[in-house]
Design a protein around this ligand. Structure first.
Ligand SMILES: Cc1cc2nc3c(=O)[nH]c(=O)nc-3n(C[C@H](O)[C@H](O)[C@H](O)COP(=O)(O)O)c2cc1C
Length: 173
């Protein structure tokens, strides 16, 4: 089978990770795949913020839990690496650009045997005081929204494949 399609077909959202950190060389490839995603009008106004400190990730999880009323244990599935994709609020393509970068990240990770999952919780709460304080302490600009995050790490176990719905493709000839 075509290698790109094979990679796409074997990607799964992974929600359980080994504690072991991924290798720096692997992270470098994953980030490279992300920054080579397309962006509307080639603006590239995004920022890729890589969090690898358990303590800082917990600090972020704590303010997210508080803002959204999530369960005490909620921590983005405790990945060893969290990549936060943010973009300027004023950029109308901010979400689309970050989504393209995230998919590149997921596919690159999968090709290396690394699991990943989109984490969606930040987008509506970035300007809540305590959340913004943590984002600023991570170096995320004040005018940025975190549109999505990628939990990244070696997978613990195999995730289930989801069936695809029929009838979503229409041809006009
Ligand atoms: C825009 C978007 C937001 C998502 N948000 C979350 C999330 O917050 N938490 C989560 O566990 N999975 C999240 N996911 C992952 C989806 O649940 C997952 O892609 C879907 O169930 C299909 O499974 P698959 O990725 O294994 O094919 C998100 C996916 C997308 C595209």
């Amino acid at each position: 089978m075509n290698e790109v399609l094979q990679n796409i077909l074997t990607r799964r959202s992974v929600r359980k990770f080994k504690e072991e950190q991924i290798k720096d060389e692997e992270l470098e490839l994953i980030l490279k795949a992300g920054v080579y995603a397309p962006s509307g009008m080639n603006k590239q106004t995004w920022q890729f913020t890589v969090v690898q400190s358990r303590e800082k990730m917990e600090l972020l999880a704590k303010v997210v839990r508080k803002a959204l009323g999530r369960d005490a244990g909620y921590n983005f599935y405790a990945p060893p690496t969290l990549i936060m994709l943010s973009n300027e609020k004023e950029n109308v393509n901010g979400l689309a650009d970050c989504a393209c970068a995230l998919e590149n990240i997921f596919l690159m990770a999968n090709s290396l045997g690394i699991g990943s999952c989109w984490i969606n919780q930040l987008r509506t709460i970035c300007d809540e005081k305590e959340v913004r304080e943590v984002l600023s302490s991570f170096g995320i600009p004040e005018n940025h929204i975190v549109w999505g995050m990628a939990s990244i790490g070696y997978p613990e176990g195999i995730s289930k494949a989801h069936e695809r719905k029929d009838g979503v493709i229409k041809f006009v000839k």
